[in-house]
Design a protein around this ligand. Structure first.
Ligand SMILES: *Cc1c(COP(=O)(O)O)cnc(C)c1O
Length: 437
């Protein structure tokens, strides 16, 4: 797919998002602005659903909401029949506020606090995904105090980690998450959980990486998990109802990202599970996945207004915009790459290469290092593409810049789903220091 099929334009040649002219969005709601094409989110979710339906297996698609966690997205995922993952009390609170059914929430994290675990238990979340021995002890205490039962999964580290097209296979995985399989931690955790009548162990969980562009790593993950399941069947006559294979499905940020469709990922994964399960005479488990980035990433656009331009003899000119690392930390944090187009004329031929700079006081606040652009001038609106995952959700108030508004656009209509922060919001938690004298 080229960048040209990747966005749409109206008869005036302007970029449209969810059927709404991006220039009008910028004018009406101001910039910087985060805009989601809601149909794209739905289509992506449904692509995963359709892929599972084709394979005729029990499944759940649990949107990993740390990618973008607001009440509006929880509403959309709920409407689509999905589950969600949360990783904090704040995400859990937001989801419950949005009316998301607690029973379809999985709670993740390598250091859930006692308060967060209590909150999860009291609100009857569907699954707590246990990450370490401290947590097993803590949860045990909370369940005893509250006289409750809860479904749990064990997060294990299978010794597979995948990035883009490659995967690494190691013995123990050096990760802060989960119980290591090879050293026997996973088995020890299994025995502790099975011994507790207030914990119902429904399955195993693993997550091998992010922005994965090939299915091999997932297949190896399946092999390792089903080998473990087979061991536990032989030794303990236990078989998990659910195999949760995590997320990490890659998306297209730039032309370099050669993505797989949801259909390809899911059919390869499910077929591998079927094959391994048959070979060991295991009951076919339900398969859960946790896509985050792939649900919301390509549906998001960051709109900025171009301001200052700085020429440096012999080097690329800097074109600065009114946002940057405060609303999208990914370029500064891990050299993430993006494409961008002028909202007024995305199809216009580029005439120069520029560095698209943010407005924050950090030299590293460069949104795109080499961007081919048509002639641009201060006041032009530029759209950075595929910013929907880990952009707004990582937004911060560095330099005391208010965080942008978020708009959902669908069928030619646009609605604010998060209002723009004001300067009053920025100081709302500040308190005067009562100085002596
Ligand atoms: C972050 C995370 C995901 C989602 O990863 P994506 O790359 O956004 O799909 C899924 N599962 C777990 C446990 C995670 O930590």
């Amino acid at each position: 797919m080229t960048a040209n099929d990747y966005y749409q334009t109206n008869t005036q040649g302007h970029l449209i998002i969810g059927g709404v002219d991006a220039l009008e969005l910028a004018k009406k709601f101001g910039t910087p602005l985060v805009v989601y094409d809601v149909q794209k989110i739905k289509r992506q979710f449904q692509a995963f659903q359709n892929a599972f339906e084709k394979e005729q297996v029990d499944y759940a698609i649990s949107y990993a909401s740390k990618a973008f966690a607001t009440m509006a997205i929880y509403q959309v995922i709920n409407k689509l029949g999905g589950h969600i993952d949360v990783v904090s009390g704040g995400e859990l609170f937001t989801a419950l506020k949005a009316g998301f059914p607690a029973a379809k929430i999985s709670f993740h994290g390598n250091n859930k606090t006692p308060d967060e675990l209590l909150m999860a238990v009291q609100n009857h979340v569907g699954v707590i995904i246990l990450d370490n021995f401290t947590e097993i002890k803590l949860l045990k205490r909370i369940l005893k105090q509250t006289n409750t039962r809860v479904q749990v999964m064990l997060r294990v580290t299978p010794g597979v980690s995948a990035h883009t097209h490659e995967y690494d296979q190691t013995g123990q995985e050096d990760s802060k998450f989960g119980f290591d399989i090879r050293s026997g931690q996973a088995e020890q955790a299994f025995l502790q959980v099975k011994a507790n009548p207030q914990m119902e162990l429904i399955g195993l969980h693993a997550h091998i990486g992010s922005q994965i562009l090939a299915a091999e790593g997932f297949k190896l993950e399946v092999e390792k998990l089903l080998k473990l399941v087979n061991d536990w069947k032989q030794k303990y006559d236990y078989q998990p109802r659910v195999l949760n294979l995590g997320g990490g499905f890659g998306i297209r940020y730039t032309a370099q990202d050669d993505t797989l469709t949801a259909q390809t990922f899911i059919s390869q994964i499910v077929q591998k599970v079927k094959k391994c399960a048959q070979a060991s005479h295991l009951k076919m488990p339900a398969i859960w996945i946790e896509p985050g980035r792939s649900i919301v990433g390509e549906a998001g656009y960051n709109l900025y207004t171009i301001g200052a331009r700085k020429e440096v003899p012999g080097l690329l000119p800097y074109v600065a915009v009114d946002g940057g690392m405060g609303d999208n930390i990914r370029p500064a944090l891990y050299q993430a790459e993006y494409e961008a187009v002028l909202a007024e004329k995305p199809h216009a031929e580029p005439v120069e290469t520029v560095r698209l700079a943010g407005r924050y006081c950090e030299s590293g606040d460069i949104i795109i290092n080499k961007l081919a652009l048509p002639k641009s001038k201060p006041g032009d609106v530029i759209a950075v593409l595929a910013t929907g995952a880990y952009g707004y959700s990582m937004a911060a108030n560095y330099n005391r810049v208010p965080r942008p508004a978020v708009v959902f656009a669908e069928n030619g209509q646009a609605q604010v789903v998060v209002t723009r922060e004001t300067y009053a919001d920025i100081v709302s938690h500040d308190r005067f220091y009562q100085m002596e004298g």
